[in-house]
Design a protein around this ligand. Structure first.
Ligand code: PRP
Length: 208
């Protein structure tokens, strides 16, 4: 059974306030989304398996630890998920990146998949699906469906702001995955997270 984690680290909370602010312009928004993603990656990787290794220091042999070769794929949901990729790759430089394109119908909020390109060994990798917003949950559910269809088994979902409705829907559709969010917001109004941060894709890329 997956868990829902809200990351209340003070640095994450402080930076989240910066991107919520409607006065924050595109360049700063982009930079701070990357910084938050980097901090979240630190927490999300907390349970990565280690193995024992002997390392010769200049003084003696140290019985030390190394990551047990776990392979990771970061999968942004296009477009807005792209804003979270670099911050995560800074901590996991050898991770592969898969892309999945989803757009929400502007009136029904039904998600539609328009692109999918994954690393060929996706089924062997720990997959971090990233998207700044978990609103109705439709996009995340459909993206994870597509990944499971391609054989991915070990999946985590990482977002910045989430709505209770989206968390519930994602937990019901994919009870096996862990969900990480920087905030659980109050509610969903007309498909948008309130108070939220507006439309993450538009704020990242300066579109409207
Ligand atoms: C936004 C957001 C998520 C999705 C969340 O994307 O980035 O992908 O909506 O909503 P849901 O949980 O109700 O599915 P949007 O469709 O606006 O596309 P964009 O990222 O290209 O702006």
């Amino acid at each position: 059974m997956g868990k829902f984690h809200v990351m209340n680290h003070p640095l994450i909370q402080h930076k989240l306030s910066i991107i919520r602010d409607k006065k924050t312009a595109t360049n700063e928004f982009r930079e701070v989304v990357n910084e938050i993603s980097n901090l979240m990656a630190f927490e999300v990787t907390r349970d990565m398996p280690l193995m024992d290794v002997d390392i010769e220091t200049p003084m003696a042999v140290a019985h030390a630890k190394q990551l047990a070769g776990k392979k990771v794929a970061v999968v942004p949901i296009l477009r807005a998920g792209i804003g979270m990729v670099d911050g995560i790759l800074q901590l996991l430089p050898s991770a592969r990146v898969g892309h999945i394109g989803m757009y929400r119908d502007e009136t029904t909020f039904e998600p539609h998949e328009y692109f999918c390109k994954m690393p060929s060994d996706i089924e062997e990798r720990e997959v971090l699906v990233v998207d700044p917003m978990l609103a109705t949950g439709g996009s995340a559910i459909m993206a994870i469906d597509a990944l499971k269809k391609r054989g991915a088994k070990n999946i985590k979902f990482v977002c910045l702001v989430s709505a209770p409705e989206g968390v519930k829907a994602l937990e019901e559709a994919h009870p096996d995955i862990d969900i990480y969010a920087a905030s659980l917001d109050e509610k969903l109004v007309d498909g948008y997270i309130v108070p939220g941060l507006g439309d993450a894709g538009d704020r990242l890329f300066g579109t409207k």
